[in-house]
Ligand binder design. Structure first.
Ligand code: NAP
Ligand code: FE
Length: 369
């Protein structure tokens, strides 16, 4: 038996959950910094809702709305300075994974005396980070319920750090805020959620609880990815959006136990260097991941798919229906230049079978050369 699990995050979901829970915010302090990207927090309606709650609770706030996709260390440091200046007692991130991950980094940088990149990524800080509140506007990363942040280094590398103190204290999941997500990001973020569930299920660190979450997430997404594939023609209903949000939280809960596997590890450079959105960048490897697990762990993989009423081919077809063409081509020199990052890589080691840097090189060749 292994059901080891800890979630220090209070998850609150449903329509208007932010507006009806203002008192939970006032318990965190009387000053906060709000961290968002350029537009989504406003377009989704989440920023207006938050500001009216803060006003009614008498909480002062400052807004930092310059978080970019694949958030950079530099932006996080600027926001942390603003947080310090205003004496913020907590950080509220509104957005997809980018502002939510940035909120985690800002919470660290606003308190730690050493704010260098090395100190940030070391996860060894001399002060506890500020409490973090997460308000999701995409349904994909599950960052609302993970102790992980992925921030782009000053050298342009997406790099993660992880610590129990990075779990948001509060996560608000109101799928209303995902209604404005355009079709391409709806598909890409739903594929990210599927990647989390699959990479967590077939993972050396999985346990009974994480598998339960992962399996439930996959079941929901098998149904929902049929709809997201056509959501540019038939917009998703609120109920569908809510189902996908739910699956994204299951995925987040699952990876909070296990971490991810090779699709995520191999996906990062595609976002850094080719601007491919995170979900697509990881999902492009999912067919390979499914095939690999069928090879090294056939019985377990077939059993899961049978329980879910699917099979490898149907699931792969569903992924293809949601994935745009990724037209990049990598030379042998380029592949060689990427390989150092797969030496001693945690996410590769989590995979079943023998997944190392040569394995990574083979996949990159198969897909992109
Ligand atoms: P994102 O980068 O947060 O956002 C993608 C785009 O969608 C942005 O242009 C954003 O606009 C827009 N957008 C977001 N919500 C919207 C809405 N409701 N309406 C209209 N537009 C909206 O995308 P993401 O896929 O959610 O996050 C990806 C990041 O999360 C990556 O950096 C990845 O590494 C990280 N991640 C973290 C974890 C974890 O456990 N911490 C797990 C997986 C991935 P704005 O720029 O205006 O906001
Ligand atoms: Fe992801």
């Amino acid at each position: 038996m292994n059901m080891n699990f800890c979630l220090p995050t209070t998850i609150i979901t449903g329509k208007n959950c932010l507006a009806s829970n203002g008192e939970l915010l006032s318990r965190l302090g009387s000053r906060c910094i709000i961290v968002t990207g350029k537009s989504a927090a406003r377009r989704s309606g989440a920023l207006d809702d938050l500001i009216s709650v803060l006003k009614s609770e008498g909480i002062e706030y400052a807004l930092f709305d310059e978080i970019e996709q694949n958030p950079s260390y530099k932006s996080c440091l600027s926001a942390a300075l603003a947080a310090k200046q205003m004496g913020a007692e907590f950080v509220v991130g509104i957005g997809g994974g980018s502002p939510l991950d940035a909120a985690k980094a800002i919470a660290v940088l606003a308190k730690a005396s050493d704010t260098s990149p090395e100190a940030l990524y070391s996860s060894k800080w001399d002060a506890a980070p500020l409490p973090i509140v997460a308000v999701g506007t995409t349904a994909g990363t599950g960052s609302e319920v993970t102790p992980v942040s992925v921030i782009t280094t000053p050298n342009g590398i997406k790099k993660s750090f992880r610590a129990p103190s990075l779990y948001p204290v509060l996560a608000f999941g109101d799928a209303t805020y995902t209604m404005s997500l355009p079709p391409d990001f709806t598909r890409s973020t739903a594929l990210d959620a599927l990647a989390h569930c699959l990479e967590s299920y077939f993972n050396r660190s999985s346990n009974d609880i994480s598998r339960l979450f992962a399996k439930r997430g996959i079941a929901i997404l098998i149904e929902m990815l049929e709809k997201t594939a056509d959501c540019h023609l038939t917009p998703l209903s609120f109920e569908d959006r809510e189902a996908i949000y739910c699956a994204s939280l299951y995925g987040g809960l699952a990876i909070s136990v296990t971490g991810t596997a090779f699709p995520h590890a191999l996906g990062y450079f595609l976002s850094e260097q080719y601007g491919i959105p995170h979900g697509n960048a990881c999902a492009v490897y999912l067919e390979e991941f499914i095939r690999h697990n069928l090879e090294v762990s056939q019985e377990e993989t077939e059993l899961l798919f049978a329980e879910l009423g699917t099979d490898a081919e149907s699931l792969s077809a569903l992924i293809r229906k949601n994935l745009p063409d990724i037209k990049i081509s990598l030379t042998e020199e380029k592949i060689a230049s990427l390989l150092p990052r797969y030496e001693d890589n945690k996410s590769l080691k989590k995979c079943y079978g023998n997944v190392d840097k040569d394995f990574a090189a083979d996949i990159l060749r198969r897909l992109f050369s």
